[in-house]
Design a protein. Structure first.
Length: 215
């Protein structure tokens, strides 16, 4: 895989570069302080599979990365686990998250692989924040479309918000992998979400809460 690092903190940037350089799966690596440096270094000739950014980066960094590298996945590093920092991180619509204090060669490797599989890596503080925000949000106005979810789909939604993969959902709910994939697809289709990352962003930014199913 090809990876780019955008990190203004030199110590963290150098540490990431060293660890990523030791991973066999990383074929090509770029490490820069700013996105302008990455663009000038490669121009339009290189599209990294994953771009790692820090929550300390400018507010618009994720939007600029999306525009410049639409096919790349964004992994955001979180410095702290306080609500203010988590709220700021969630607004970037990243494809995955990783706490800085959890960064090792092993966690980097597993997180990068999960991103390439289309999963949504999410540490517990982020998952808990999203769940609490969704549960405490006020109900949307009656005019807003709120699809119905049966009890099984609501179980799947909670696991999606925890960043679980299809296989993990299947294991947790004790159902087949095929059934897990079917339930995930049904949930995403009901809210017109093209991906897990979009679904989580929708839960947070639109303060959308699935309607409780009635037995």
């Amino acid at each position: 895989m090809d990876v780019a690092v955008l990190e203004s903190l030199e110590v963290l940037r150098c540490g990431l570069e060293t660890m990523l350089g030791r991973l066999e799966r990383v074929r090509d690596l770029e490490s820069h302080r700013r996105i302008e440096e990455l663009l000038s270094a490669r121009g339009n000739e290189w599209n990294p599979d994953i771009i790692i950014v820090s929550c300390c980066a400018p507010d618009d960094i994720a939007d600029r990365v999306r525009i410049a590298f639409p096919a790349s996945r964004i992994l955001e590093l979180l410095i702290r686990a306080d609500p203010e920092h988590l709220a700021m991180a969630a607004k970037t619509h990243a494809d995955g998250y990783l706490m800085v204090h959890d960064v090792t060669e092993a966690t980097l490797d597993s997180t990068l692989q999960a991103l390439l599989r289309g999963e949504l890596p999410m540490p517990a503080p982020v998952a808990n924040y999203l769940l609490e925000r969704a549960r405490s949000s006020e109900a949307p106005p009656p005019s807003q479309h709120r699809p119905y979810f049966n009890p099984r789909e609501r179980d799947v939604i909670e696991l999606l918000l925890e960043g679980r993969s299809n296989q993990q959902i299947a294991d947790k709910l004790r159902i087949s992998l095929h059934s897990a994939k079917r339930h995930v697809s049904a949930v995403l289709n009901k809210v017109n979400s093209p991906s897990r990352a979009h679904f989580v962003a929708q839960m947070l930014h639109e303060e959308w809460i699935p309607v409780q199913g009635r037995r």
